[in-house]
Write a protein that binds this ligand. Structure first.
Ligand SMILES: NC(=O)c1ccc[n+]([C@@H]2O[C@H](COP(=O)([O-])OP(=O)(O)OC[C@H]3O[C@@H](n4cnc5c(N)ncnc54)[C@H](O)[C@@H]3O)[C@@H](O)[C@H]2O)c1
Length: 360
């Protein structure tokens, strides 16, 4: 089984603050809520509804995802710690009002230590149902005061990160005249194409969905299309933007990349630890995924205060400065940007988290 507590006496850092297993036999709910850290405030992260093959697989995912959220929220400048939940089941067949409401009661039982939102397999409409049992729900529908589609600010944030990378590599924060390959033109990817075209970049795309490709081509007939990600990675690119699934940067793809910059929305782009070094060795500048794709969580966090698009967008604009800071730190400390990002996040968690020690 994955190690929840860590073993500090053996040199392994302590890990998650709290992991809650939730079961409601009658509705069939089986869920795990993992809280990695509340150093910066109530933990925040989505609920993934997925047919995990085993409890162990579900727990591993909840542990990894909640840790990732702590780092993402820290660098997004939010007053939120990292948490994430998984519901074990097939969302197509196992999702019901009773499952979601039973889950909502468990979220409520944590009394604000964990705020939930959408993730793979859950939608704003589901958050509305969960919210009938819990106050600690965000990412809701517009009809219920929610912020709506988070991909708008996610794409905007990725574009800000890409501008910072362009500045680092080419000395100017525009993508004008650069050739950018976008892998996956779904909710985030197709909006990223809009930003890129507006900025004057040449764009080449690929997607397994013909419909997704056609949507982009319908608006931008000048955009090139290649058959698949392998062809995209092999083509002449200045920037590669993975916006489909995780693991796009792996032992096969990295040696083939001609792009000088990698910057995209997909979570967990690095297939395994060490890939960040392979990229750096090939002089490819990697904008850490969790930094540049934080526009979505910025949006749902804003909703907790009562959503204001302009305020959320202003915060997402800050992704430019954060990405820039990470590149500078990476250069100063002689480490890949992914390592610099982790250090910066840990610094904020420790410096700001420490303030809780001042008794009020
Ligand atoms: N939506 C958000 O706000 C948000 C926030 C943070 C991170 N992300 C991450 O960004 C990525 C994209 O999210 P999204 O909301 O646009 O999802 P989406 O499902 O709308 O789009 C993904 C697209 O990738 C395509 N795709 C799947 N496999 C592919 C492959 N092998 N090659 C090429 N294309 C492929 C799909 O057909 C789809 O069009 C995901 O990894 C997601 O976790 C999204």
């Amino acid at each position: 089984m994955p190690n929840v507590f860590g073993t500090p006496h053996k040199g392994t850092e302590p890990r998650h603050e709290q992991v809650v297993f939730c079961q409601d036999e009658a509705s069939g709910l089986r869920a795990i809520i993992a809280i990695y850290s509340t150093a910066l405030g109530p933990s925040l992260g989505g609920t993934r509804f997925h047919p995990y093959g085993s409890e162990e697989e579900a727990l591993t995912d909840a542990l990894n995802l909640s840790r990732g959220m702590a780092y993402k929220n820290a660098l997004a400048g939010l007053d939120h710690g990292g948490g994430k939940a998984v519901i074990i089941g097939d969302p197509a067949t196992d999702k019901s009002e009773s499952v979601l409401r039973a889950y909502g009661r468990f979220v409520q039982s944590l009394n604000g230590r964990y705020y939930t939102a959408c993730d793979v397999g859950t939608y704003s409409e589901d958050m509305d149902v969960i919210a009938r049992e819990s106050r600690y729900v965000t990412g809701r529908t517009v009809a219920h005061g929610g912020a709506g589609d988070s991909s708008i600010l996610t794409a905007f944030g990725v574009f800000q990160g890409m501008r910072a990378a362009a500045e680092r590599v080419w000395g100017t924060s525009t993508l004008r005249g650069r050739r950018v390959g976008v892998e996956g033109v779904g909710k985030v990817g197709h909006r990223l194409v809009e930003h890129l075209r507006e900025d004057g970049a040449d764009v080449v795309i690929c997607d397994v969905s013909e419909r997704a490709v056609e949507r982009v081509r319908g608006r931008h007939p000048e955009v090139d299309v290649v058959a698949d990600n392998d062809a995209l990675v092999r083509s002449e690119l200045d920037v590669y933007a993975p916006c489909a699934l995780g693991g796009s940067l792996n032992d096969e793809s990295v040696p083939l990349l001609s792009a000088r910059v990698v910057c995209g929305a997909a979570n967990n782009q690095l297939a395994h630890p060490g890939i960040e070094k392979s990229l750096a060795d090939r002089d490819v500048l990697y904008a850490p995924d969790y930094v540049v794709n934080s526009g979505g969580v910025i949006q749902v966090a804003d909703e907790i205060e009562g959503f204001d698009f302009d305020r959320a967008k202003a915060r997402a604009t800050g992704i430019f400065d954060t990405t820039r800071k990470i590149f500078a730190l990476a250069a100063d400390e002689g480490v890949p940007p992914a390592v610099a990002a982790d250090r910066l996040a840990e610094r904020r968690m420790s410096e700001i988290g420490r303030l809780r020690g001042i008794l009020l």
